[in-house]
Design a protein around this ligand. Structure first.
Ligand code: G6P
Length: 612
């Protein structure tokens, strides 16, 4: 998500840090900051909301002189993206300066303890808490290395971090757990980064930290240890790839990278928000409206494109598990049809960017009519995130491919969490079912990963169908909106006409289109609709349509009905749309690449449509 850079050597660090931050720019960010230790062993820093190119001129080059420094580009998770919340963060005594990627989940508990110890805080971030915790141990142990180690043994969550200390100005301490971090070995210098993109133009010799490891970097060498203080010996590896490839993490396109990130991104959406034993969900951003949500008589969900499809899945979830009447509206239609909304209604706005003009306009309309507005948004600090009454971030990280993939599955996860929160409080979900759902959550990243590992199977099917002129996508229940989303993905990036339909509705019209040239994608997991879906498949087969099914791994029968079967692991119904959408993302991706389409920037489309 965020980007980290660091430099220790003999050169002036500022340009190297700024250049590194620019190279991390493709990740998207909302603020930027640098801290440098000068020759008199004083640390100076500058941080500001905005993009590197906008902020660059404001760096005071005379003050920010020094050959040791750290820098950061932020993708906000805790606290809105403003100057104050930008990294680096320091302790209240300005001894420690810290840049951090990831989330410290137990930061509130640690903060309370530090406040009792007399520490003060000036930002909303979890990172400032960690900086103060390091300083707390520094005062006891008088060693930055030990202080970082003790602090990291106390935190829960994830981190990639780089830390400098005024009182030990000849080193950078770095550490990693769940967030990538590496350092490049130059001549008498070391360059740190969360991403090889910031290192590769200085050196190709790189050492990657593993989870649970830290490193002490000096001008003349380094030491790697575990955070349990065991020594680690590791040789440098040669980076063989070019800059462009690294930015995409070795993937050919951002879209493919983003599809493959989903085991992590879906986990980021639920991380720290659910008790796996009891199924109790806590969404901090919704605290102020929790009561209203639980007692809601009606919920209206609105959004555009992929977000609207997520809303449709949300409708199935909220009605089935919470028994709350739910309607889904295109945001672009909402305010033009004089909607009947009253003060008791809840309007949920779903938006990856938080900036889509139609969704913003729907939010304003709902607010004007007195409804309570809730945002499900990815970009922290975006307009919708700021202006709704309450909200929850999906934590998908920057999504760069125009066709939304990981944001969709994270939106589905957010909706599932809201559903579980309401269902538990309203007692509309039996405890036994809630516990089953909660414990299944832990298996989900692994199940997503198992789909990703089979992605090469799709290339063959893509070659077979790349010249088709039309596609039909069919599903029932929770999987009907997934069919719509599958069809949208194909249209967006391959320019093949595709339609999604509820499977049973097909015989009321689209069946007239079926002949041997029509591929039909069925979403056919083994759930309560399975037998009905099989009948629908038979109807297509009788008319010689080509059948591609998304089916569970243990379903042998399906082979008898399908020309091609794409397998997904079985899961509980509420999470099935998450797993079932991933094969559809791959299918559209591989068809589009087989047609040589520009997958990341399809013609006529924009990532965020800020005009109505
Ligand atoms: C554009 C994008 C779609 C996206 C829609 C809504 O049309 O091309 O991929 O689903 O906007 O965007 P939002 O940022 O509000 O989710």
């Amino acid at each position: 998500m965020c980007g980290i850079v660091g430099y220790i050597g003999k050169r002036n660090s500022l340009n190297i840090l700024i250049d590194g931050l620019k190279r991390l720019e493709y990740r998207g960010y909302d603020s930027v900051g640098i801290a440098v230790i000068n020759d008199e062993n004083n640390t100076n820093f500058f941080k500001k909301a905005g993009k590197v190119k906008d902020v660059e001129e404001e760096f005071d080059r005379e003050i920010l002189q020094g050959s040791i420094g750290i820098g950061h580009t932020r993708w906000a998770t805790h606290g809105e993206p403003n100057d104050n919340n930008a990294h680096p963060h320091s302790d209240d005594n300005r001894n420690i300066y810290l840049v951090h990627n990831g989330i410290i989940e137990n930061y509130t508990t640690i903060k309370k303890k530090l406040i009792i110890e007399g520490f003060t805080f000036s930002t909303d971030t979890d990172t400032e808490v960690l900086a103060n915790l390091i300083e707390y141990y520094f005062r006891i142990k008088n060693s930055i290395e030990i202080a970082v180690r003790l602090a990291l043994n106390e935190v829960e969550g994830t981190y990639g971090l780089a830390c400098i200390c005024n009182k030990e100005p000849d080193k950078i301490i770095i550490a990693r757990l769940g967030s990538p971090l590496m350092f490049g070995l130059g001549k008498d210098e070391i360059i740190v980064s969360s991403d090889a993109a910031a290192i590769i133009n200085h050196t190709k010799n790189v050492i990657y930290l593993e989870d649970g490891e830290m490193a002490i970097l000096r001008r003349d060498g380094f030491q790697i240890k575990t955070i349990q203080d065991e020594d680690i010996f590791r040789e440098a590896q040669k980076i063989e790839f070019n800059l462009e490839e690294i930015e995409k993490g070795g993937f050919e396109h951002f879209m493919l990278k983003e599809i493959c990130e989903q085991p992590d991104t879906v986990q980021n959406t639920y991380r720290g928000r659910i008790n796996f034993e009891t199924g109790l969900v806590k969404l901090g951003g919704l605290d102020s409206v929790a009561e209203k949500l639980i007692n809601a008589k009606r919920i209206i969900i609105t959004g555009c494109g992929t977000a609207w499809h997520a809303g449709l899945v949300g409708e199935y979830m909220l009605e089935q598990y919470c028994r709350i009447p739910t309607e889904v509206e295109y945001a672009s239609e909402f305010r033009y049809r004089n909607p009947i909304i009253n003060q008791e209604d809840i309007v949920i706005l779903i938006s990856q960017s938080g900036e889509t003009a139609d969704t913003r306009a729907a939010m304003k309309e709902a607010q004007k009519l007195g409804a309570t507005t809730i945002g499900i948004v990815n970009v922290v600090g975006s307009t919708i995130a700021r202006e709704v009454d309450a909200g929850t971030y999906i934590h998908a990280g920057p999504e760069i491919g125009v066709a939304s993939t990981k944001a969709f599955t994270c939106q589905l996860m957010s909706l599932a969490l809201i559903t579980l929160m309401i269902g538990k409080n309203k007692n509309t979900i039996p405890d036994s079912e809630l516990m089953k759902i909660a414990s299944e959550l832990k298996n989900l990243p692994e199940k997503i990963q198992s789909i990703i590992e089979k992605r090469n199977d799709y290339k063959f099917i893509a070659d077979e169908f790349k010249d088709s002129r039309n596609f039909l996508y069919l599903g029932r229940g929770f999987n009907f909106p997934v069919a719509l989303e599958g069809a949208l993905k194909l249209k967006e990036i391959s320019y093949i006409h595709a339609e999604g339909y509820p499977a049973a509705e097909m015989k009321h019209g689209p069946i007239a289109l079926i002949d041997e040239n029509m591929p039909v994608v069925f979403i056919a997991p083994k759930d309560s609709t399975y037998d009905k879906i099989i009948s629908n498949i038979e109807e297509i087969k009788a008319r010689r349509g080509k059948i591609i099914t998304i089916a569970n791994e243990d379903d042998d029968e399906i082979k008898n009905y399908s020309d091609y079967v794409l397998r997904v692991p079985k899961t509980v119904p509420i999470f099935a749309p998450i797993l079932n959408s991933i094969p559809l993302q791959f299918l559209s991706y591989y068809i589009a690449t087989a047609r040589n389409c520009n997958v990341d920037q399809p013609r006529n489309l924009a990532k965020s449509v800020t005009v109505e």
